[in-house]
Design a protein around this ligand. Structure first.
Ligand code: GLN
Length: 481
């Protein structure tokens, strides 16, 4: 059975189709792995019972019987969707997110809901109101965040796929820190219907898997226009698979965001592995072009303003009136609003709402919010120009390997800087894929990302697959305690 722990979706599909194993047996096997390992890892807030998991799925289609887990800010009908917050502790989703429905139709099995930072605000999964999640490569370290639970479940071989969400890097950063593949799709490619809003102009559901092929397969099953999300788009071609030849496209040019690789504070071991990956692409026949995109050095700062501004208005809906937590014995309407929010939200969420209110306030919006929106427009332009010269861009995901639990407890700036290399894609709507590229001496995973113009996911997967198939990193898995 253990051959299935880290098997690809492709392998599992073959085993199921050949009758080597039944859907029931495979599901039991993975549920058992949660039981055995997740007490220590803490990836899931809840694992559903077997009968109800099977009932929710069509059990027909390309993913028939393939288990996965969904971040706790994506609605699963009749299940609690708490966003890892106390304010939604008892909230049950009245409907499925569109992406969830599409996976159900494709036969996938949703085994539970994954821990995350509260309302997806964080870079370490430590702001969850319920539990911490540990990095399977070193239990004293964070998995990254905010989709830490989703990523750990996949990295630890508890399931082969998961859904997370991306507002500033929340799938790619933990994917890199845990050694798996994580996609932030083009804005609009996936419906946001049923994804609890953090910063709506940046939010996208993201996909993580251990292998590039699996990621491409999942994406092909969930893309496309949804009447319930006006910002979703229809795609002409949802084939992300036939490009996966193991070869780079003819004349492939890879741009290296050079200023990203010379940033101060870069961990030398991480830098070395990134440079090795660039050489590897060169060996595969890529033309390498080093370019400078200094505007991207402002991504974390711009993201800081835009995300907080939108969060402040999105989270205004949690007022104790319609759903979610309401304080005991309110003495007036104002008292109810104030205490419900004070008691229901955690410290990070409150801090972000306050910052958001501040940057939007009449006296300051020019200086902060509007300035940030202007820099955001310049970033779009910079990417647009860059993609006239190169097919894809190569960049770091995180400047460090996974840090210790609690290491940045009193240093929120260090945590915010985790978004340094990722936020520009959320701000410009461009797609990016985190791909594993090695380990530190101490055995901690490192990843790079490939960035492309809007709707270039097929091209990104093609290059990532060529890299993956000619390296060994995807064959390494953590030894679980
Ligand atoms: N680390 C970022 C933040 O704290 C990213 C969050 C996200 O993508 N959801 O906001």
């Amino acid at each position: 059975m253990n051959e299935f722990a880290f098997a690809s979706i492709k392998t599992l599909r073959q085993a199921l189709d050949a009758g080597t194993i039944s859907i029931d047996e495979l599901l039991s096997y993975y549920l058992k792995r949660f039981e055995t390992y997740d007490k220590k890892l803490g990836s899931a807030l809840e694992v559903f019972d077997k009968e109800s998991i099977l009932q929710a799925s069509s059990l027909k289609g390309p993913l028939a019987g393939i288990p996965g887990i969904v971040k706790d800010n994506i609605c699963q009908k009749d299940r609690i969707t708490s966003c890892s917050s106390k304010i939604l502790q008892n909230y049950r989703a009245p409907y499925n997110a569109t992406v969830v429905s599409r996976l159900d139709e494709a036969g996938a099995l949703r085994v539970g809901r994954a821990n995350c930072d509260e309302f997806a605000m964080g870079s370490s999964t430590e702001t969850s109101a319920y539990q911490i999640t540990r990095n399977p490569w070193d239990l004293d370290r964070v998995p990254g965040g905010s989709s830490g639970g989703s990523i750990v479940a996949v990295a630890a071989g508890l399931v082969p796929w998961s859904l997370g969400s991306e507002t500033g890097g929340s799938v790619r950063q933990p994917a890199a820190l845990c050694g798996i593949v994580g996609l932030k799709p083009t804005y609009g490619l996936l419906s946001r219907y049923g994804l609890v809003a953090y910063a709506s102009s940046l939010d996208q559901i993201g996909i993580s898997t251990r292998y590039v092929y699996d990621n491409a397969l999942l994406l092909s099953l969930v893309v496309g226009k949804d009447p319930m999300d006006a910002t979703s788009v229809s795609v002409e071609n949802s084939d992300y698979i036939s490009n996966l030849t193991g070869k780079l496209k003819e004349g492939f040019t890879l741009g290296i965001i050079d200023n990203a690789l010379t940033t101060d504070g870069f961990d030398p071991e991480v830098l070395k592995k990134l440079e090795d990956a660039i050489k590897h692409f060169e060996g595969l026949g890529a033309k390498i072009k080093r370019i400078s995109l200094p505007i991207m050095d402002h991504a974390a700062a711009v993201y800081f303003m835009v995300s907080r501004a939108e969060a402040a208005s999105n989270l205004a809906r949690f007022d104790g009136v319609r759903y979610g937590y309401r304080c005991d014995n309110p003495t007036s309407l104002t008292d109810m609003y104030t205490r419900s929010r004070t008691e229901g939200f955690g410290a990070e969420v409150k801090a972000r709402i306050l910052v958001g209110m501040y940057v939007l306030s009449a006296g300051h919006s020019n200086e902060y919010y509007k300035a940030a929106k202007r820099v955001q427009a310049l970033m779009r332009e910079a990417y647009y120009e860059a993609f006239k010269e190169v097919d894809l861009l190569f960049a770091p995901v995180s400047p460090t390997h996974a840090f210790k639990l609690g290491e940045f407890k009193d240093n929120s700036l260090a945590l915010d800087l985790q978004d340094y290399f990722t936020a520009s894609n959320n701000l410009t709507g461009t797609p990016a894929l985190a791909v594993p590229c090695g380990f530190t001496q101490a055995g901690l995973p490192i990843g790079f990302q490939l960035i492309g113009p809007e709707f270039s996911e097929a091209a990104i997967y093609q290059a990532a697959y060529a890299y993956e198939q000619s390296t060994e990193w995807h064959t390494k898995h953590p030894d679980l305690p």
